[in-house]
Design a protein around this ligand. Structure first.
Ligand code: ZN
Length: 725
């Protein structure tokens, strides 16, 4: 994560110069600049001894500059630019002016759609989209490797490119060993595989970021539901794997130019991170491949697919790829396997809190809520599906409604009940039965995770979760119609070294094997005819789960960082994309609206009109906290918690329900359908439109001011409308 200049000036470069250990002392500050400067010092020292005369002189100059610059008072952006320029120049490779091959050979592959050219020393890689006349050039400054996941990327040294049958092989000699990529034309796209990488390298870019020669490019990134980014005036960067919230929801990313777009597709489901941001006025994004801690490198591959220059075309091309791979399972197929899914369309998602509320008549409240007109109400959670109930949250017991109350709730037409399937982690019961389920890291230690007050939870192995929940579903969770799993989708798969687990007896569980267990956990073989949801929207979970979560709202700078329905354009007829359970339409204590920063929007409880407008546009069901009891943080740093109650008659709840009802009715109609197109209708991108397979078209004004948009006339502030065309 990059931090504002103030923090950098106080804690980054000056500390590095004074030989403080910036990483250890100020781990939370994560000073990218200090690391660059440290890299430069190393590079200069190396080059002073080993380089050509001109490189040696440059190295002396860089070392002198590092020595004499007053980092505490200097312009940090300029310093960073200069550091990076020195770093690039101290490499043996030399850059070339645009359009000039410098007399060198340039191996090239061509077909009717594409041309791919690579300089012999790999200093330039270009692909030409012949149909749209776009030349995409790899930004070599963003190609490289990392020695640790959080260490700064190191640019590749000079390489070699040569043609080998129908492909171009690009090779580098790193200090750690040989590394090579194979670039191959495959009809309308290019496949780039990491052919070989040394052990000791923690991440390799595949293949790097792209730009157009003269035209600005904006990014389409799958963060939350998706976001268009053109926030490139200041330098910033972020790195995240697949997961919920601000992580990558899907293994894809797009570059959007004026004439054409470039879709990059990650072939692997896990074992990668997205590295993105802005530098020197340019946006960048690249995948970085990571070896499996258990199985090592496994020939990662990324596809580069040119498409038309709009978000719908980009997302639909990714959808076509998923279909080809067999990873797009539509509602029709899912309903054949689990008929109960028909009840999902026209739903109100009704979160009622993890805590028990002893003063509440849940059944009476549910009847009153049903009387508001909702066709289906999805209550969660009505029981805490955890390993034990022997813990407190904000001082309260976990929720556990009696058999009699469950029976009363189930007698209300359209009511669907879920427990909190919190089996991702457990409390240590000493030599008891649950400690046996804990995951171990490579050093053989249990892995502490969630914490509330003084209660400490530990990660459980996914292979053990599957057996455990199956037994509970035959017992005290039998009456449940749907299952909300806690963060199983949110956290990316990882290894388990507890060799006593039956699911991987005698050998460590690989990352890929963990992913397979996650899919089994959600699948009908484990849950039967029950609807499945989990925190986090993850493309690779959609074949087996039915509701993913975590969406964001636009922030004040919607024109440059625009939340857009990428997951919906791809998966609307396959999976619901809900809000995180504590980001309800009504505002509740402890979970206020906050800005995400780093080129993103806002999250939090409340803003019912905005959430309703987004859900109508996206064809999603509404999410309200109508009544119940919940904890929040009194102090997030110390994990101190408090509790609060919500009542149906609260004015905030009533307002949220009024906004939710028409959205829920719309969902009954369009919930099962494909979203066929999406567009921003105004320059500031605050008015957006989406169309669905039956011809339904929704226009939403996401700004807090009225907007005049032809042919729709005046759209009131924060509103939505179904339109004819
Ligand atoms: Zn295990």
């Amino acid at each position: 994560m990059n931090e504002p200049g103030r923090f950098r000036a106080n804690y980054g470069l000056p500390l590095w110069k004074r030989d403080f250990d910036g990483v250890c002392t100020y781990a939370f500050i994560d000073t990218v600049d200090a690391r660059y400067a440290s890299l430069l010092a190393q590079a200069a020292a190396r080059a002073r001894d080993a380089g050509s005369p001109s490189i040696r002189s440059l190295a002396r100059e860089a070392a002198h500059w590092l020595e004499t610059t007053d980092f505490a008072s200097a312009d940090l952006d300029r310093i960073r630019q200069k550091t990076i320029r020195y770093l690039l120049e101290l490499h043996p490779r030399r850059g070339q002016a645009a359009g000039d091959t410098g007399g060198r050979a340039m191996p090239t592959l061509e077909n009717a759609h594409l041309a791919l050219s690579i300089f012999e020393d790999a200093s330039r890689i270009e692909m030409t989209d012949r149909k749209r006349g776009c030349v995409w050039r790899l930004d070599t400054s963003k190609s490289g490797y990392r020695l640790q996941g959080n260490s700064p990327p190191i640019p590749f040294p000079a390489g070699t490119a040569r043609q080998e049958q129908e492909s171009l092989l690009v090779s580098y000699r790193l200090a750690e060993g040989p590394l090579s990529f194979r670039w191959q034309l495959e009809g309308d796209h290019i496949a780039v595989a990491l052919e070989e990488a040394p052990t000791g390298v923690a991440a390799v870019t595949l293949p790097g970021s792209f730009s157009l020669s003269d035209e600005p490019v904006e990014l389409a990134l799958p963060l939350y539901q998706g976001v268009l980014l053109r926030n490139r005036e200041t330098d910033w960067q972020a790195r995240t794997g697949p997961g919920g919230h601000g992580s990558f929801s899907m293994g894809m990313a797009g570059f959007l130019g004026p004439k054409g777009a470039l879709l990059t597709v990650q072939e692997r489901l896990t074992g990668w991170a997205g590295f993105y941001g802005a530098e020197g006025g340019k946006m960048f994004v690249t995948f970085e491949e990571e070896p499996c801690p258990v199985e090592g490198w496994q020939r990662p591959c990324v596809r580069l697919i040119p498409t038309d220059a709009d978000l719908t075309a980009l997302c639909k091309r990714y959808r076509a790829y998923l279909k080809e791979r067999g990873d797009l399972v539509t509602w029709a197929t899912k309903i054949e396997r689990k008929p109960i899914l028909k009840n999902l369309f026209g739903a109100l998602m009704a979160f009622t809190g993890y805590n028990v509320d002893p003063e509440l008549d849940y059944a009476a409240c549910a009847r009153d809520l049903k009387a508001c007109g909702f066709e289906h109400i999805f209550f969660y959670p009505v029981r805490m599906g955890h390993y034990s109930l022997d813990f407190l949250m904000g001082g309260d017991q976990p929720v556990w409604l009696s058999d009699a109350v469950l029976a009363e709730l189930k007698s209300i037409e359209g009511v669907m009940l879920s427990p909190w399937c919190w089996i991702f982690e457990g409390l240590d019961d000493g030599p008891g039965e649950y400690r046996k389920l804990f995951r171990k890291d490579a050093a053989g230690n249990f892995m502490p995770h969630w914490k509330i007050d003084d209660f400490q939870w530990y990660r459980v192995c996914t292979s053990c979760e599957t057996d455990y929940i199956r037994k509970r579903l035959e017992g005290d969770l039998k009456a449940m119609d749907w299952l909300h799993f806690d963060v199983d989708a949110t956290f990316p798969p990882g290894p388990c070294y507890n060799l006593s687990h039956a699911g991987h007896a005698g050998h460590p569980m690989s990352r890929e094997a963990d992913l397979e267990w996650k899919r089994r956990l959600f699948s009908p073989e484990t849950v039967g005819n029950r609807i499945v949801s989990s925190e986090g929207f993850l493309g690779y979970c959609t074949p087996v789960y039915d509701i993913g979560s975590t969406k964001m709202m636009p922030g004040p700078d919607i024109a440059r960082q625009t939340p857009v329905p990428m997951t919906l354009l791809i998966y609307h007829d396959s999976c619901v994309h809900d809000w995180w359970e504590l980001h309800n339409y009504n505002a509740v204590p402890g979970w206020p609206v906050s800005e995400l920063g780093r080129g993103m929007g806002r999250v939090g409880t409340g803003l019912p009109k905005l959430k309703a407008s987004l859900d109508a546009l996206y064809g999603c069901p509404p999410n309200v906290f109508p009544f119940g009891r919940q904890y929040a943080w009194a102090n997030p740093a110390t994990r101190e918690s408090f509790s609060f109650s919500v009542r149906l008659e609260d004015p905030g709840v009533q307002k949220a329900l009024r906004e939710a009802l028409p959205v829920s009715r719309l969902h009954a109609k369009i919930g099962p359908l494909e979203m066929v197109s999406f567009a921003c209708l105004t320059e500031d991108r605050s008015v957006q439109a989406a169309a669905f397979a039956d011809g339904t078209r929704i226009v939403a004004n996401l700004s807090d001011q009225a907007r005049e948009v032809a042919p729709y006339g005046t759209l009131p502030p924060t509103s939505w409308r179904e339109v004819d065309r």
